[in-house]
Unconditional design. Structure first.
Length: 284
């Protein structure tokens, strides 16, 4: 794997387990392990109508020109506030998964604090797909997510935009992170992505982890034009300042045609944060 655009982290493997350890595993242990592996399987449930333009012909892959993925509550809230509109978009799929940190369902009625992964399609152009993924996808589930999501799409003519957040403490620089104007945006792109980017590129020796890195690596391997916009922030929870830090992306070629009324978007963002605050107070 090429490492010029990020670091590849090798997942843990049983390949180094001694034969003696395997021998000590009882039939009950093997059954428990199989049940756990089965429980950790990811299901992608599509609700696309038969014959819709995005589905291609027959049982073929979806015809997709733009795929926008928001990972994390703040990135998902940005899309909800500035891009998604119930009149223009429709829910066409969900991801069901379980791990130690989260559990999703096939429900599409979600709160900002819920763990969910939903897919939307632009009604006026069904080749434009959007994904809000606020749930944690464990390391051993990332390959499944990639194969089952991108396996449904035709890769020719596809362009991917990824939005995510990262703690400022993870940003490596010669300056003190205390003096950085947090939050701030950095970008990482595949070799095939030729369009202008809306912020500075991420400098070495910084790396990207988890699902954002997995998606970008997948696009690099399959030669799909893709860009990752990473917002470094010192706030972990859903936050107005962090959400609005993504606003420069509204002028990007892939998003500017999808932007709804900005003044109305601000109202929606405030409503999302109010709902989130009420929900948090209930469970304190």
């Amino acid at each position: 794997m090429a490492t010029f655009f990020g670091e590849v982290v090798v997942a843990p493997s049983r390949a180094g387990v001694d034969d003696e350890e395997w021998a000590e595993e009882t039939p009950e242990d093997r059954e428990i392990r199989r049940e756990l592996e089965k429980k950790r399987e990811i299901d992608v449930l599509w609700s696309l109508k038969p014959g819709a333009p995005a589905e291609g012909s027959g049982d073929g892959p979806l015809v997709c020109s733009k795929f926008i993925v928001a990972m994390g509550h703040n990135a998902a809230a940005f899309l909800s506030s500035f891009i998604l509109d119930s009149v223009c978009w429709e829910v066409v799929g969900v991801v069901k998964l379980w791990n130690e940190w989260c559990r999703t369902s096939n429900s599409t009625n979600v709160l900002p604090t819920d763990s969910f992964c939903l897919f939307y399609r632009l009604i006026s152009d069904p080749t434009v797909l959007l994904c809000q993924c606020s749930c944690y996808v464990a390391e051993d589930q990332q390959f499944q997510w990639l194969e089952k999501v991108f396996g449904c799409m035709r890769k020719e003519g596809l362009q991917v935009t990824i939005l995510s957040t990262c703690p400022v403490a993870d940003y490596k620089t010669q300056e003190s992170t205390l003096t950085l104007p947090s939050p701030f945006l950095k970008a990482l792109k595949t070799k095939e992505f030729k369009e202008n980017i809306c912020c500075p590129l991420l400098e070495q020796p910084n790396i990207v982890r988890d699902l954002p890195a997995a998606v970008l690596s997948y696009c690099q391997v399959w030669q799909i034009p893709a860009v990752l916009y990473l917002c470094y922030t010192d706030v972990i929870k859903l936050d107005t300042v962090t959400v609005e830090a993504f606003k420069p992306l509204l002028s990007s070629k892939i998003l500017k045609s999808l932007v709804k009324d900005v003044s109305e978007s601000t109202k929606i963002l405030k409503k999302l944060l109010t709902t989130n605050e009420i929900h948090n107070n209930i469970y304190i």
